[in-house]
Design a protein around this ligand. Structure first.
Ligand code: AMP
Length: 185
């Protein structure tokens, strides 16, 4: 059995930074579907070819493709004490796919990162100066925030009903945010 910690929150909220640190401290797998998809794009795999333009535009990759990729990855993580899902689920269909495997992969906590849009846009544009990410651009950020609001934000309510959700204010110093976060574990 592998317990899952879900990191939910808009692009630019710092999920990836916090996840990689928490994963290291607590011997958890850090599973970022965004990182996995970017790797597919740079390796020019079939999935990468399908995903590339969607990533560039800030749109979501189809559920069926992401779900299969994620479940394969979860099954391959054997030596960890759990896994952080950074960027998954992003839609109700993806959340339902996790419910279906909950016997082997129960959700222990859902961390919700909270930040206002202005702050996020500022951060992503700043990150774009060095990230090399083709989607850290003004046009793409707008789409990514819209997609978040429409498809992903409703998951907060979904998880509040059945799971233990914890809201973290994601604006501020990385170190302070990590201290808040790690108190929960
Ligand atoms: P991220 O690194 O989490 O910001 O993700 C970057 C991009 O990868 C997103 O804008 C989507 O195009 C794609 N992506 C990542 N995770 C998912 C997911 N769970 N479902 C669909 N598309 C995803």
């Amino acid at each position: 059995m592998t317990e899952l910690i879900i990191f939910l929150g808009p692009p630019g909220a710092g999920k990836g930074t916090q996840a990689s640190r928490l994963a290291e401290d607590k011997n958890l797998a850090h599973i970022s579907t965004g990182d996995m998809l970017r790797e597919h794009v740079s390796n020019n795999t079939e999935l990468g070819k399908t995903a590339k333009s969607l990533l560039d535009e800030g749109k979501l990759v189809p559920d069926s493709l992401v779900i299969e990729m994620l479940i394969d990855r979860l099954r391959s993580e054997k030596n960890k004490d759990g896994a952080i899902l950074d960027g998954f689920p992003r839609t109700l269909a993806q959340a339902n796919s996790l419910d279906k495997i909950s016997e082997n992969f129960p959700i222990s906590k859902v961390i919700v990162f909270d930040a206002n849009h202005e702050e996020l846009i500022k951060r992503i544009l700043h990150r774009g100066e060095t990230s090399g990410r083709s989607d850290d651009t003004k046009d793409s950020i707008k789409v990514r925030l819209d997609v978040y609001q429409k498809d992903t934000e409703p998951l907060i309510e979904y998880y509040e009903k059945n799971n233990s959700t914890i809201k973290i204010n994601a604006v501020g110093d990385v170190e302070d945010i990590y201290n808040l976060l790690s108190k929960e574990f």
